[in-house]
Design a protein around this ligand. Sequence first.
Ligand SMILES: Cc1ncc(COP(=O)(O)O)c(C=O)c1O
Length: 359
Amino acid sequence: MKARVGIESITPYQGGKPIEEVQRELGLYDIVKLASNENPLGPSPIAVEAMQQAVKQVHLYPDGNGYYLKQDLSHHLGLEPDRLILGNGSNEVLQIIGETFISPNDEVIYSESAFVVYRLVATICGAKSVVTPMQGYDHDIEAMIAAITERTKVIFIANPNNPTGTMVTAAQAQKLMDYVPEHVLVVFDEAYGEYINRADYPQTLPYVQQVRNVVISRTFSKVYGLAGMRIGYGIAPPHLIELMNRVRQPFNCNLVAQAAAQAALSDLDYVEQSRKTNAQEKQKLYQVLTALGIQYIPSEGNFIMLNLNQSGEAVAQRLLQQGIIVRPITGYGFPNSIRVTIGTRRQNVRFIETLTAIL
Ligand SMILES: Cc1ncc(COP(=O)(O)O)c(C=O)c1O
């Protein structure tokens, strides 16, 4: 049986190695996972309590429309619930965008070294990927604008980008929005947006309120500490949400995840603590890396890309043998780099000590 055109060219998405897999394969027990940009503080206790309560209801289907979570998000964001769609992780939101808007032979623009799922979505939809070069470690917005044609359907912007941690500024986003024609949808992927504390980070919600062709994707996987529950959301003008809801699977977000997300959203202390820990530990890591002479790319997210002057795959493998899981990023065009999630102080110290010994 032959798969649809393009499917055979896809390499399946490779996530960070699960802790259990490393335990099984290497017989190690004290594992530090810094490979998938998860929240090192664990889930919010309030979310855990909400999940325990919700579990008692799992003989019932969830609310397919996620009414209560959308109500809470609507208050949190200050916009109407009809501008929201929930996803099984924001990855699903990205896939729903593709399945709703991208036809075979459309063109999809994204940057080189941008989050890999954009390429997967474009290929699955039979579209042509138009990959614009990076400007250093940044998205080159001018190049993305120059790449727009009559056939362009979607532009994906990872903001901040994974794995480089770099950010498109408000001025750059505005420039793109000024140029982009009516037949093009701009997707701002803000999976790590909550970590950013910069005045020049784009405020994208007004584009939705101005009924521009924009979808913003966000997630509960990162600062809200719920990666394992798989829940994220999209924000877009109502007519785009209405189209995406035709494609969305019924009951795509499970009942426990919806309860967890509501609770996590309400736990302001946990979110603040997560941001604070990340900011402090990031500065600490910067200092140590500088002292060690290891080049890093300053990051707006909860992860840092390190340039090592030697094979990132090999260094990652040696770290793995010491029970530390990080991410080689050869597939993003950086064979001599790794990406490491910012962990707790204890995790970071162990990572740095082991890395130093290896290098
Ligand atoms: C830039 C970016 N977007 C989206 C996602 C998807 O996250 P999730 O599906 O867990 O919401 C990730 C995950 O690492 C990411 O790095």
